[in-house]
Ligand binder design. Structure first.
Ligand code: NAD
Ligand code: DAU
Length: 339
């Protein structure tokens, strides 16, 4: 099978490429990524040179390029991770979120429709459901929870989801959608909470906690997300949405305190800063459908996963220090010349 993975130089897409290239040597994995600020080919180093892996630089919203690529490559499956993914950036510059997340998605689906792709999988997010109140721990997002977004980022992801469902109903495109909670693990770009706090704590820099730190996120190790998507593209029912999450809710303050304890750093590094506008209070996924229908079970809980993640950041300082210094952006030029 030939599988197109978009956004495979990013955090989750990169982990998914590793997972698939190693697990399915008989399949061909094509990684298409525009290498925006969030794309880092150093993430793909472990699979470079493997015979079932290929990297292509390009924009999912570039219609002419995408149609030519699909015509040439004849993909069986498309898994779309490519996106602008950072909520804070969507507040300062919403436009690119509409272009990549919405137009990029419809462009890929138009090509998938024209060239007979057997499965188009959209990697979505729990943020499409909006947020839950902090004083109702009994409430969870199910696949039937209405879409109710807060940020330009989540609005662009919800728009994309609606287009994906419309392409199923109107054109019969064989789609699936996964909506996952917050991921963490290796190769996470250090603008997001966990890698930002690890890298700053190691440098004894202040740790900016938005508002009072009481907002809750439901953390899932990235490897468990990859395993869920693999199950959905192989065994999931066409036209269906699957929530992905492992019941690991923590307040942001608890997450930061856990990191400080593990690194033996003082809590005096914590600095409460101005809150994110429209800041979602709590996310919490009900993964019953994925567990009962497809037999998915996470390998990590937050306590084991965060220790593994911190160790990874300690053992791979070069990876994230190259990001902080900007050096990673020269990697494509160095590795691929003008290709
Ligand atoms: P990321 O920002 O780390 O990576 C995104 C990747 O997409 C980058 O490599 C970037 O270069 C690439 N990209 C951006 N625009 C592109 C374009 N126009 N064409 C081709 N490539 C482009 O993001 P991530 O955290 O790995 O998230 C991946 C996907 O998973 C996103 O769709 C996101 O909405 C979703 N998601 C993320 C989380 C999370 O916690 N990070 C949770 C649930 C769902
Ligand atoms: O829930 C899934 C979503 O999780 C994905 O769809 C997004 O792509 C991904 O970025 C993530 O969104 P969040 O906004 O939850 O992640 P972020 O790491 O930006 O922030 C996590 C929490 O930490 C959030 O409540 C805001 C807070 N925060 C974040 C940063 C960067 C801080 O307190 N300080 C910070 O410096």
């Amino acid at each position: 099978m030939k599988i197109l993975v978009t956004g495979g130089a990013g955090f989750i897409g990169g982990n998914f490429v590793h997972y698939m290239v190693n697990k399915y040597p008989e399949d061909k994995i094509v990684n298409l990524d525009l290498l925006t600020y969030a794309g880092n080919l150093e993430t793909c180093k472990p699979v470079e040179g493997k015979s079932n892996y290929k990297f292509i630089k390009g924009d999912i919203a570039d219609r002419e390029f995408i149609f030519k690529l699909f015509e040439e490559e004849k993909f069986d499956i498309v898994v779309n991770f490519a996106a602008e993914s950072h909520v804070d950036r969507s507040i300062t510059n919403p436009d690119i979120f509409v272009k990549t997340n919405v137009l990029g998605t419809t462009t890929l689906m138009d090509a998938a429709k024209k060239f007979g792709v057997k499965r188009y999988h959209q990697v979505s997010t729990d943020e499409v459901y909006g947020d839950l109140p902090l004083d109702r721990p009994d409430l969870f997002f199910t696949e039937d929870t209405p879409l109710h977004t807060s940020s330009p980022y989540s609005s662009s992801k919800a728009s994309a989801d609606l287009f994906v469902l419309a392409y199923y109903r109107t054109f019969g495109l064989p789609i699936t959608i996964s909506r996952c909670s917050n991921n963490y693990g290796p190769y996470h770009f250090p603008e997001k909470l966990i890698p930002l706090m690890i890298s700053r704590a190691l440098a004894d820099e202040s740790l900016p906690v938005y508002g009072n730190g009481e907002n809750v996120r439901d953390w899932l190790h990235v490897e468990d997300h990859c395993a869920a998507i693999d199950l959905i593209i192989r065994n999931g029912r066409v036209g269906e949405v699957y929530n992905v999450g492992g019941h690991n809710e923590r307040t942001n303050l608890e997450v930061v305190q856990t990191i400080l304890r593990a690194l033996n750093k003082p809590e005096s590094l914590i600095e409460y800063v101005t809150d994110r506008p429209g800041h979602d209070r709590r996310y919490a996924i009900d993964p019953t459908k994925l567990e009962t229908e497809l037999g998915w079970k996470p390998k990590y809980n937050f306590d084991t996963g965060i220790q593994q993640t911190i160790e990874w950041y300690l053992n791979n300082k070069e990876w994230w220090q190259n990001i902080l210094s900007g050096e990673y952006q020269q990697y494509f030029e160095k590795q691929y010349g003008k290709k």
